[in-house]
Write a protein that binds this ligand. Structure first.
Ligand SMILES: [Zn+2]
Ligand SMILES: [Zn+2]
Length: 179
């Protein structure tokens, strides 16, 4: 399901017939894409800069996606600003009637076959943005994280908690050697 309506939809045959480059320059709200991710605090608009170029029987879509986001640091949970520039490149081609029935085309798996003339870039753009999201964002490389005992942010203050934490696995071994 698309969150962007039909801004990102094109008729492949029209693109190929006109034989000229189409430029997509849009700013779109993608906050809904991440509504189920608690580590995403804020998403700026997604800047979409793509060119759709007919090349022979194919349409090449190239360019980049750009987005500012605030993500929770995976160690200390503080908001962390990220700026991402995501390179985008895909090729699309109308599927011939044989290909529709065969539905497998090993030779050209770089090119996406479009069966109903409707090229919707939305799922591709969404996929690129989601794949590019940092898995474990950090506010800084050496973030100290939260104290597991009192929960205070160890980047900001050193707490009074004992640092002699014993790994529970080692604890078990200690008992083992006593016997
Ligand atoms: Zn952090
Ligand atoms: Zn502590």
């Amino acid at each position: 399901m698309s969150v962007w309506g039909d801004i990102m939809q094109f008729r492949l045959k029209d693109l190929l017939a006109k034989d000229q480059t189409v430029i997509v320059n849009e700013q779109l709200d993608v906050s809904k894409l991440f509504s189920n991710r608690q580590d995403v605090i804020k998403t700026g608009p997604l800047h979409i800069n793509l060119t759709l170029t007919p090349v022979g029987e194919e349409v090449e879509v190239k360019g980049n996606l750009e987005i500012d986001m605030e993500l929770a640091c995976s160690r200390c949970l503080e908001p962390t600003h990220t700026h991402s520039i995501i390179p985008f490149a895909e090729q699309f081609r109308p599927a011939s009637s044989e290909e529709i029935s065969e539905d497998e085309d090993e030779e050209e798996n770089d090119v996406v076959l479009i069966t109903d003339d409707r090229l919707d870039l939305t799922p591709y753009v969404e996929e690129y943005v989601q794949l590019f999201m940092p898995f474990a964002p950090l506010c800084k490389e050496d973030c100290e994280g939260l104290c597991p005992q009192c929960g205070s942010n160890r980047n900001e203050q050193s707490c009074q908690c004992s640092n002699e934490r014993i790994d529970p696995r080692l604890e078990a071994l200690k008992d083992f050697f006593k016997e």
